[in-house]
Structure formats: C-alpha cells, structure tokens
Design a protein around this ligand. Structure first.
Ligand SMILES: *Cc1c(COP(=O)(O)O)cnc(C)c1O
Length: 346
C-alpha cells in the first residue's frame, strides 16, 4: 500500500470538517441550549449521537474489533460513496472491480464521475490476483472492489487470491461481505491488522433482517476511518435507527437462528430446483440466494411476475446469460416458487 496521504484526495486530506454542537460538548449536563433544538417532544427533539458510540460499542463486541475500526453508514451504499469521494479525484483516479458484481459500485463511481474498470471473472466466477494487478490501470487505481460472497453469482472468492491482491495493490481494497453470515468462509475482519489497505463492508440488511433501517458498516484502520468520518454527514444515522440497532444487537442469537433456517431452506430450494427440467444450471452459493440458469430467462421471469412471484432477472449481466437470481424466502414462499415453476409451460 502507498502512504495514506498519497491516496486520499488532497482537498479531503486538508479538510477541516464541520463541527456540530454534539461534537464539541461531551459529558453529562441537564440543560442543553447549544443546538437550537426544540425543548419539547423528547427524545426525538435532540440531534442523535453523530459518532453512534453506543451502536459501535455493541458492534465492536460482536465483531471483535475496536470502535475506532468502525464507520456506520446509511446502508453500505453510504460507505461505498464515501470511499470513492475520499480517494478518487473525479475524471482522473480510477476504480478496479470484478465483473459481474454488485451494481452499486459502478453507479456510485458514475455519480462521482470516476472511471470504473470492470475485470471479467472466469467461468467459475473466480479471479486471479495477477490479472487484476497486471491491468494497465492497476498502478494508478485508488480503489479496488471485491465482493465475497459475490452478488449476483453467490460464490465466495478465492481467499488466497484476495490476500494476494491485498498484499500487491497500492490502493485501498474493499471487501464487501454483505452475505458473510451465510458463508462457510470466515470474514476478513480478523485480517484488518495485517493489511492496512483493507476495508471490509458489512450490513444489517441481509442476515440481520433489517434492510428497512439502513445501517451499513465499514471496518478499516483507525486512520482510514478517520478520513471517512471527516466527510460523512454529521448526523448520518438517525435516532430511530440507532435505537433500533442497539436493541437488535443485544440479541445476536436471533440472527444465528434465522441463518440456520435460511441455510436449510437454501438446500431444499436447490434440491427442488434441480428436479425441474427448465433449470439448466444451479451455481454454487455461499449466500442467501442462488443464481440459476434456465431455458428462457426473460420468458420465465415474466411468467413468474404473472404468478405474483418476483425474482431478479440477471440475463443481461456479464457471464449470466439466461440467469435468474432467486432469494431464499420462507418455506411457504420457496414452495410457492417451486410450484409455479413446475407449472411453467416453457
Ligand atoms: C445487499 C448488498 C449490500 C447491502 O446494501 P445496504 O445498503 O447495506 O442495504 C451491500 N453489498 C452487496 C454486495 C449487497 O448485495
């Protein structure tokens, strides 16, 4: 990795961040006349904790990291955007990523006018570090996005290749672990201290069953987190989401129960799908969804919509010709899907 100062945009490196009333005073007091709040309508009249310390303390305990390694965002979308804005000078610094992968990286790059370079995976949806690192733009790239387990393919990326990228890439390597709780592979969180250029993304949106509250997590060195903290909106996680998250994180065993049920359902779903003649291929998955190649993806997708069953049509994505991405639902939902597919006259 290059020096952090060489990677961060100069304007961000030199930025003096906005300092809010809630940033400047810490401690106990009984009279708060510092933030122009309305004194009525407690507790929602007060600005929320800009650094979300209580939420982070719970996450730090569960994930076995320090609170200084954590940035919380309005979904993972926010840290994705913050990373691009912190490191990439528009129209100049580029981003490398695998292809196919999560569509949000390219959208966030496009919004920021940052060149985005997709590098095609192989037929097994795997990559070679050498391929990424020897790309002609690799030495100039500031960010590299890896998603493992990958969306929409479902597989975990080869761990050794990820390590080689972490060791060989001069910029920041973002490993998006949105689906890690469903995976048989361990998280890269334990490698934060080994690789100073590693950023791990996780979220409450998937295994934690809380997509509606918008809470994403970025884990990285305290130095990288400090850079991101400078440019985030001061009150980026609202009071309702913070309160909800603290309660949810009190009870992590519930997540284990959900994951256990969903993994069993995933097996049943795969078995059910494998018996259907219209299913040509079921790709191996480490996530709570499965990528399936079918006879005619567009036709089958439209047929399922008519039946009131919505899956994701991925046929136009690189290497995913004829593919639908199917999320694992409840036993009844999965059964409804299989029954609909049995009746499909395609
Ligand atoms: C669903 C998903 C996320 C989560 O996004 P949120 O904004 O946290 O809801 C992140 N990365 C990938 C690859 C995903 O599929």
């Amino acid at each position: 990795m290059k020096e952090l100062k060489e990677l961060v945009r100069p304007n961000v490196w030199n930025l003096k961040p906005y300092s809010s009333a809630r940033d400047e005073f810490h401690g106990e007091a009984s009279v708060f006349l510092d933030a122009n709040e309305n004194p009525y309508n407690a507790p929602y009249n007060r600005y929320p904790d800009p650094m979300q310390w209580k939420v982070k303390e719970r996450i730090a305990e569960i994930k076995k990291v320090d609170v200084k390694n954590i940035l919380l965002g309005n979904g993972s979308d926010e840290p994705i955007d913050l990373l691009i804005r912190a490191f990439c000078e528009p129209a100049r610094d580029c981003i490398l990523a695998i292809d196919p992968t999560y569509g949000m990286y390219k959208v966030a790059a496009d919004v920021n006018n940052v060149p985005y370079i997709p590098v095609l995976l192989d037929e097994q949806f795997q990559f070679k570090a050498e391929n990424l690192l020897s790309h002609k733009e690799a030495s100039a790239a500031k960010l590299l996005f890896l998603c493992s387990p990958n969306n929409p393919t479902g597989n975990s990326l080869n761990r050794e290749e990820i390590r080689k990228v972490l060791a060989g890439f001069g910029g920041i390597v973002v490993v998006d672990e949105a689906y890690i709780d469903f995976s048989s592979e361990p998280s890269f969180l334990s490698e934060l201290s080994t690789y100073p250029n590693l950023v791990v993304l996780q979220t409450l949106s998937k295994a934690w069953g809380s997509a509606g509250i918008r809470l994403g997590m970025a884990f990285a060195s305290p130095e990288i987190i400090a850079v991101l903290n400078k440019i985030k909106y001061p009150y980026n996680i609202n009071q309702l989401s913070q309160k909800y998250a603290i309660d949810l994180l009190e009870n992590p065993s519930k997540v284990n129960e959900w994951v256990e049920v969903l993994l069993k359902e995933r097996e049943k779903l795969i078995n059910g799908l494998s018996l259907l003649p219209i299913v040509k291929k079921i790709y191996p998955t480490d996530a709570n969804f499965v990528l399936v190649q079918v006879e005619d993806a567009n036709k089958l997708y439209n047929y399922l919509v008519e039946q009131g069953v919505i899956v994701r049509n991925r046929t136009n994505i690189a290497l995913c010709l004829g593919c639908l991405r199917i999320t694992v639902g409840t036993p009844v939902e999965n059964e409804t899907l299989i029954e609909s597919l049995k009746k499909a006259a395609i």
